[in-house]
Design a protein around this ligand. Structure first.
Ligand code: SF4
Length: 83
């Protein structure tokens, strides 16, 4: 799970914006201004149905992380957390 969903910067962060782009999901913000310090992005190849293969991108560590539990979910009520 990407730690960004519980970070206060998630809706203004350039690294999370890149993760959204890789996942092909809508952006929380069109032009984020915040540049995080040392985000570590974990890239994983995953099996998909019908023999397809996908790639998951998750931020697993970041020096700029500031805990704000549930921030992404509060910004997107009713939606499933991005995987
Ligand atoms: S954890 Fe880092 S990369 Fe993720 S939203 Fe927060 S500042 Fe951005």
């Amino acid at each position: 799970m990407c730690i960004c969903v519980d970070c206060r910067w998630v809706d203004d962060c350039q690294a999370y914006h890149a993760v959204e782009r890789q996942h092909g999901v809508p952006h929380l913000c069109d032009a984020p201004a915040f540049v995080p310090d040392s985000p570590r992005i974990h890239v994983q190849v995953v099996d998909l149905p019908a023999g397809q293969v996908g790639v998951e991108w998750d931020v697993r560590g970041c020096a700029s992380f500031e805990a704000d539990p549930g921030r992404w979910q509060r910004l997107c009520p009713g939606l499933s957390l991005p995987r």
